[in-house]
Write a protein that binds this ligand. Sequence first.
Ligand SMILES: Nc1nc2c(c(=O)[nH]1)N[C@H]1C(S)=C(S)[C@@H](COP(=O)(O)O)O[C@H]1N2
Ligand SMILES: [Mo]
Length: 373
Amino acid sequence: MEQASVQDVSTPGRIASPGEGIGPDELALAARNHGLPLEALRYEVTPPGLHYVLVHYDIPAADPAGWSLTVGGRVRTPLTLDLAALHAFPAVTHRVTMECAGNGRARLTPRPVSQPWLVEAVGTADWTGVPLRLVLARAGVREDAVEAVFTGADHGVERGVEQDYRRSLPVAAATGDDPEVLIAYAMNGLPLPPQHGCPLRLVVPGWYGMAHVKWLREITLVDAPFTGFQQSVAYRYRRAADAPDAPGEPVTRIAPRALMVPPGFPDFMSRTRVVHPGPVPLEGRAWSGHGAVDRVEVSADGGRSWIRAEVAPPGPHRWAWQAWSCVWAAAPGRHTLTVRATDAEGSTQPLEQSWNRGGFGNNLVQHVPVLCC
Ligand SMILES: Nc1nc2c(c(=O)[nH]1)N[C@H]1C(S)=C(S)[C@@H](COP(=O)(O)O)O[C@H]1N2
Ligand SMILES: [Mo]
């Protein structure tokens, strides 16, 4: 008899066949990992429970009282820090918009089979904690260190590989102050909730969610680039459909995106919006991990013409989304509203999908079907 292995229950990534609907495995992931209800875009800081959640394996059992974070590898002074030791560092709060790199995946054709986000995998929180650079300075990063590897307390198997959730950052990003990476212990003024990484998580402003390691228990400085699963297998842009093993480009910062609060009221099943003829105020949020959002435009005719929206200036929270608003003159009939953001570097959301095998960074514009009557 052959021996059982984790590969028996954990198969390689795959692309859905033409016409294949969302399957029970994707439904199960979608039921665990919820998005931001789009009407909650109204709030500058996402209210408790409405921030999106993405957990690869299980939320681990975590006892804040017994927790310790170790800092080791290529450092002069290895550290073991409990929560009291971390609280003794200066506390810093950053308002940060976080978005899952897989946001938009389920809108790709063909569909990469994984967590089937549409557009809602985003949220904004006030994260309080210790600047990572201060902890690393205390440990003393050696000259030969090139990356810091962050390990979470959660364990699982993914695409046949058993692992602790683990990601790395280049030393320059880990020790930088713009953006400043945090070891966070509070979210919106309260201890981290279990699903968001209680008691410690990394917050990497401007980077997609996978970098913000939750349930953080270990930081290891290494003298060669980290090649773990979440770094070199997952979270790569592989644009060729026929080359699943190509190295691809690493997924890092957030591409620009604008979302609108769907106007009017919804139909329960189709989610189609209903509005009455006349001026309809539209509002939403826009963000980019490459800097401020400069321009937000809305189209009601599939991109033939665009209304320029008012965009709030970035203000003191450089890594948080910006509010936008405009008024749409709704005429009776069926419409599809589209909104797109352009950031300070001049990158604009695409009107056509840009496909990749993992379904990462799909910032294709939002489409909101509306019936005006
Ligand atoms: N330890 C650990 N950290 C993790 C994850 C995880 O599964 N385990 N998921 C990552 C991903 S893919 C995302 S998008 C964010 C989601 O953070 P949130 O659930 O607080 O919104 O956490 C990241 N950090
Ligand atoms: Mo994610």
